[in-house]
Ligand binder design. Structure first.
Ligand code: NAP
Length: 288
């Protein structure tokens, strides 16, 4: 698997497997299959409700000798309520316990709300003590990322944000390169929104190489130097999505994809009042 070196020297696989929206009773099997197929980067979050099952799938793969813990790169995330320093410290411990792991390879602040500075202090301490190899943020817009880098001694290694053909984040990538914060793409397929998988431009690009739309999109992210997470519960699609290292998109292909950019989220704006309201309600739900 191709890797990318983060700003603290840690090497991270460039393509990974995400478990968001995988039902709890299917997660362990999906994670196990993904590892068997060749994925080494696995992405979950406390708010996904399937950290334990993700850990179960990892344990099975290790127990069966498919991989060792060192071969894997495991990510989880801290939700808003868990942000204040002491709570964040406990949440890190809880994620480790629930997943049955001694350390996580990457831990992220999931949303740019709540006491992100308190959370960061706890994460920096956990990184120093070896519980977290890399730490980062998620869903921080470039302006917020710059503020966060400016006000902390330790800068994030990663910002996990939405990147797909409808929301290409070209300007954001330049800002992240300037500050040496690596972009990791969530929803690379925009979860199929705007009929991504049957898009004519992407299909025609793929036909030149005998590749599918999904493969074109992931290859495009690899060539942009972006880490990408793909999710599928189907082993045949998991195989398809990882089979992207034997072809190269041309400059012309890139120009055609560039023309698809709508420059806005295929889902929602993280700063929209109704979205923040939803986060707050979700936060209260998790407290119950
Ligand atoms: N930090 C954040 O706030 C955040 C937000 C969203 C996601 N994420 C992370 O990013 C990961 C990926 O994002 P996502 O799951 O939202 O969306 P995604 O990967 O863009 O899309 C997943 C959807 O595409 C389908 N699919 C996958 N491969 C396909 C293929 N080759 N052909 C046709 N359909 C295919 C899947 O269906 P099947 O499963 O039925 O195959 C699923 O419905 C998540 O799992 C999560 O780890 C993070």
């Amino acid at each position: 698997m191709q890797t990318i070196k983060l700003n603290n020297g840690v090497e991270m696989p460039q393509l990974g497997f995400g478990v968001y929206q995988i039902p709890m009773d299917q997660t362990a099997e999906a994670v196990y299959q993904a590892i068997k197929i060749g994925y080494r980067l696995i992405d979950t979050a406390s708010i996904y409700g399937n950290e334990k099952e993700t850990g179960d799938g990892i344990k099975r793969a290790i127990d069966e000798g498919l991989v060792t813990r060192k071969d894997l790169f495991i990510t989880s995330k801290l939700f808003i309520l868990q942000a204040p320093e002491e709570k964040a410290e406990k949440t890190i411990e809880q994620s480790l316990r629930v997943m049955g792991l001694d350390y996580l390879d990457l831990y992220l602040i999931h949303q740019p709300y709540g006491d992100v500075y308190g959370a960061w202090r706890a994460m920096v301490a956990a990184q120093k003590s070896g519980k977290l190899r890399a730490i980062g943020i998620s869903n921080f817009k470039s302006a917020k990322m710059i503020e966060f880098v400016g006000l902390n001694d330790v800068k994030p290694q990663i910002n996990q944000i939405e990147v797909n053909p409808w929301n290409q984040r070209v300007e954001d990538q330049k800002w992240h390169e300037k500050y040496d914060v690596q972009i990791e793409a969530w929803a690379p397929f925009a979860e199929g929104h705007h009929e991504l998988f049957t898009n004519q431009v992407l299909s025609e690009i793929g036909q030149q190489y005998g590749k599918s739309v999904g493969q074109v999109v992931l290859r495009w992210l690899m060539q942009r130097g972006i880490i990408a997470l793909a999710k599928s519960v189907r082993p045949e699609r998991m195989k398809e999505n990882i089979d992207i290292f034997d072809f190269e998109l041309s400059k012309k292909d890139f120009e055609k994809i560039e023309a698809l950019d709508m420059k806005e989220s295929a889902f929602f704006d993280h700063d929209a009042p109704q979205q923040v309201e939803w986060f707050m309600n979700r936060m209260k739900d998790t407290e119950k």
